[in-house]
Structure formats: structure tokens, C-alpha cells
Design a protein around this ligand. Structure first.
Ligand code: ZN
Ligand code: ZN
Length: 276
């Protein structure tokens, strides 16, 4: 499995010279089977625009799995050139919460946006999934609801039979209890998603020091992500969904501070590619 990070910011995009190395686009990760073009995308933040360059001129034909519907996870959809062309075939999947097309049209329709997603060029379908296990695009997926803020949020565990990744982009674990350090519990859904994963891609919006003042935003502290990765037996933790004001130099320091422990720790950058 090839895991390509196309956007790694949380909340809103972060352009500017202080953000060039990690990248300013919002959440988007593309998965591909060995030697094939990407066909499963996790979240559709502005980073989705970057994916077109990795389709070798071909249309996108696959599925976009949304963890939830906040702007930083959906605003790339209508600007995804590889998916907005007559020969594209795009299935968007969101956590079930009413009629999926209607839910999406609240964000993508006039007067908020000129067109609905199903009016885009190509064959676009807006669908939903429930918690549980299902197969999509040749991957086995476990979807589980995790605490965040403002709408239903799923974490996903995705396996191709060889490698397994866990994706918890926006996660506020104190929603399930304070846990030993006041940063949240290693609750059942988080453990089920992350257990023994090769790669855990996790919300790293805050630090433990910042957390008491900002925990109501619905995100996690980096120290929680490290603790979860250790408790779940994860091989590599990818710190993801960086705060939009966190500069490259600040991220370097934060990532380095958590390296050298039992779990390999990487800071997600917009050019990161993991071959598993
Ligand atoms: Zn987010
Ligand atoms: Zn969110």
C-alpha cells in the first residue's frame, strides 16, 4: 500500500513562507495498491488538489472517505481536477446522518457555493456509511465513531491485507473521559482502530501544555497521540492535522521532542509518501 499525504493542516489552510516545508493545505491522504494509481482518499481538504498530479493524467476513479464534514475536510472536493472531468468516477462516503446528498448540499449549493457536487463533471455519487466493517476499492475498512465536536466523526482503520493504517484526523478523547494525564482516555473505539496498526495518522493540533485552554475545540494533544500509539502497539505514528499557526520551525521542535521512544514518530508533511 502506498500512503500519500496531500494536505496535513487542520482547521484552515496555512499559506506563507513559514509553512512551506510541512505544507499549508488541509487534510487529505491518498491510498494506492502496489504499483496502481490512488483509488481511496481519506478526507477532501484543500490538499485534494495535490492528488491530481499523481494520477498520471488519468481521471480519478475511486472513493473519497470523509471522516466528518468540517470545511477543512471537504473544501477540496469541487477543486479536484482529477475528479472533475467527464471520465471521472467519484464516490464520496460520509458518516451516516440523514440523506447524504442533502447534507452535502448544505455546504455545496447556492448561495454558499455556485454548484452542487452532483452537478460537477464526471460521475459523482454522495453516499454514507455506518459504523462497522466493509470493503471498498480492494481495502478492508473498520469505521468507528470517535469524539470530536460539531457533527458525527468517524475514525477509519484501513487494511489491504498486507499493511494496516489507522486514521483519526480530528479526535477529542476527553469526550470519553479525562484519562490518566487529563488529555483523554485510550477509549475502546480509539484502541480498536489503532491496535497493532503499521501506521497511526492522528490529530496533533495541540500540545499538552496548550491543551487545558483549548480542549473545547475538539482536538487532541500530541502527547495523547504518542500515548495511544504506545498503548495500541502501533509501529509508526504520523503527527497530522497541524494547527494552522504552527510554523515549520515550531513543528520541527515538537516532532523531535517525541522521537527516540518505543514508537517511531514522524511529522506529516504535504510531500510525505509511505510505502507499506
Ligand atoms: Zn479538521
Ligand atoms: Zn473537525
Amino acid at each position: 500500500m502506498r500512503v500519500r499525504f496531500c494536505g496535513v493542516r487542520g482547521s484552515t489552510s496555512a499559506p506563507g513562507p513559514e509553512f512551506v516545508r510541512y505544507g499549508g493545505h488541509t487534510s487529505c491522504v491518498a491510498l494506492a495498491h502496489d504499483g496502481a494509481r490512488p483509488n481511496l482518499v481519506l478526507d477532501a481538504g484543500t490538499g485534494l488538489r495535490n492528488l491530481t498530479a499523481h494520477l498520471d493524467g488519468h481521471p480519478f476513479r475511486g472513493t473519497i472517505l470523509l471522516g466528518h464534514l468540517h470545511w477543512d475536510h471537504t473544501h477540496g472536493l469541487p477543486f479536484f481536477a482529477g475528479g472533475v472531468r467527464p471520465d471521472a468516477d467519484v464516490t464520496v462516503v460520509m458518516p451516516a446522518q440523514g440523506d447524504p446528498e442533502e447534507v452535502m448540499e448544505r455546504a455545496f449549493s447556492p448561495p454558499h457555493f455556485p454548484v452542487t457536487l452532483t452537478e460537477l463533471e464526471g460521475d459523482w455519487r454522495i453516499t454514507a456509511c455506518d459504523e462497522g466493517e466493509f470493503d471498498v476499492e480492494g481495502y478492508h475498512v473498520l469505521a468507528a465513531e470517535i469524539p470530536h465536536k460539531g457533527g458525527r466523526t468517524f475514525g477509519y482503520r484501513v487494511s489491504d491485507g498486507t499493511a494496516t493504517i489507522a486514521y483519526l484526523s480530528d479526535h477529542n478523547p476527553i469526550g470519553c473521559g479525562d484519562g490518566p494525564d487529563g488529555l483523554g482516555t485510550f477509549h475502546r473505539a480509539a484502541m480498536a482502530l489503532a491496535r497493532d496498526a503499521d501506521v497511526l495518522i492522528h490529530d496533533a493540533q495541540h500540545t499538552a501544555e496548550e491543551f487545558p485552554a483549548v480542549s473545547h475545540y475538539g482536538h487532541a494533544a500530541i502527547e495523547y497521540a504518542v500515548g495511544l500509539a504506545e498503548a495500541a502497539g502501533v509501529r509508526t505514528l504520523v503527527l497530522y492535522h497541524h494547527d494552522p499557526s504552527r510554523t515549520d520551525d515550531e513543528l520541527d521542535v515538537l516532532v523531535a521532542a517525541h522521537q527516540g521512544g518505543p514508537v517511531e514518530v514522524i511529522g506529516a508533511t504535504e510531500s510525505l509518501v509511505l510505502d507499506l
